[in-house]
Write a protein that binds this ligand. Structure first.
Ligand SMILES: C[S@@+](CC[C@H](N)C(=O)[O-])C[C@H]1O[C@@H](n2cnc3c(N)ncnc32)[C@H](O)[C@@H]1O
Length: 294
């Protein structure tokens, strides 16, 4: 058994939101499209392991030993969704996790499941290019640890006009790479940000001149600084996504109840059809609002 230990309460919330949408999707589109797909580009193992620390005994309670709990991850959740998806694609680059996904597939011989050992960006691009997307509709879950999703991959997804995307955007990664002081930016940081945002305009748009003064109030020179806080960076990311998708909903901040915010769970609709956008938007907003008040 391959252990994939990750996440906390925000993982639970994220997965419950995606699960709700998957159920809506297969229910609403079952009769309209012959092929409904689920694509998980950072698939993990199908399960996650949660370690509950031991609780020491005290005068009142007997305490509890350490406990290991196994819960379903996104891949297994998608397999279990009813009505069923016709085809499920699990992309993962870690060999031991790929083997766990192959075991998962073997336990569901009646299902069409592809396990792809590849980088998420490469695996997705070749999958998207190999299908016509006329009679297929899909939900894609992008659940990376950090800033692994390339903008060029998002463009390829949006072009299908057939895929609804749940994208866990790394706001902490954005914040860290776009250093407050412009002088701290290096070529690696610039490249990572441009790869994630699809433009190098962020450097001009996020940094502004700031006059600094010496101890005696004299003008010490002009430096460039990023004044944008987490809220503004999230708004910037949303604005970028809106340039390629039919619609992008206000994201769910994660973790929800304790700061600082590390992720923004975006729902991006690649369809440009107003009726399809309206339906996906209504359902997505409903699920996100329920998540916020949870
Ligand atoms: C947060 S976990 C995903 C968890 C999964 N959604 C679940 O609920 O079980 C991120 C996964 O992405 C994989 N990963 C990281 N970078 C990757 C890449 N460039 N291409 C494919 N998989 C990657 C990691 O090995 C890990 O399994």
């Amino acid at each position: 058994m391959t252990d994939h230990e990750f996440g906390d309460q925000h993982t639970e919330l994220k997965l419950s939101i995606v699960e709700k949408y998957l159920h809506f999707f297969t229910t609403a589109l079952r009769k309209k499209f012959p092929e409904l797909w689920y694509i998980d580009a950072f698939a993990g193992t199908g399960y996650r392991t949660i370690r509950h620390e031991a609780i020491p005994a005290n005068l009142i309670d007997a305490g509890e030993p350490e406990r290991i709990e196994r819960r379903r991850g996104s891949a297994k959740i998608a397999i279990d969704v009813t009505p069923r998806f016709d085809f499920l694609v699990f992309i993962e680059n870690k060999p031991s996790y790929v083997r766990a996904l192959e075991d998962l597939r073997a336990r569901h011989p009646d299902r069409r499941i592809a396990v792809v050992k590849n980088d998420a960006n490469e695996g997705l691009k070749s999958l998207l290019a190999s299908n016509s997307w006329r009679s297929t509709r899909a939900v894609l879950f992008l659940d990376p640890y950090g800033m692994e999703v390339d903008w060029s991959t998002l463009v390829a997804i949006a072009k299908t006009q057939a895929i609804d995307v749940w994208y866990l955007f790394s706001l902490a990664g954005f914040y860290r790479q776009a250093t407050r002081d412009h002088a701290d930016l290096d070529e690696d940081k610039r490249a990572a940000l441009t790869r994630m945002l699809g433009t190098n305009e962020w450097e001009r748009e996020l940094y502004s001149a700031n006059t600094t003064f010496d101890l005696f109030g004299g003008d010490d020179g002009v430096s460039l600084r990023r004044e944008a806080d987490l809220v503004a960076l999230e708004a910037y990311a949303k604005k970028r996504l809106e340039t390629i998708f039919g619609a992008v909903l206000d994201p769910l901040p994660l973790p929800l109840h304790e700061g600082p915010q590390r992720f923004s769970l975006f729902f991006c609709i690649s369809s440009q059809n107003p009726a399809a956008i309206k339906l996906a938007r209504n359902v997505g907003n409903h699920i996100l609002k329920a998540g916020i008040s949870s």
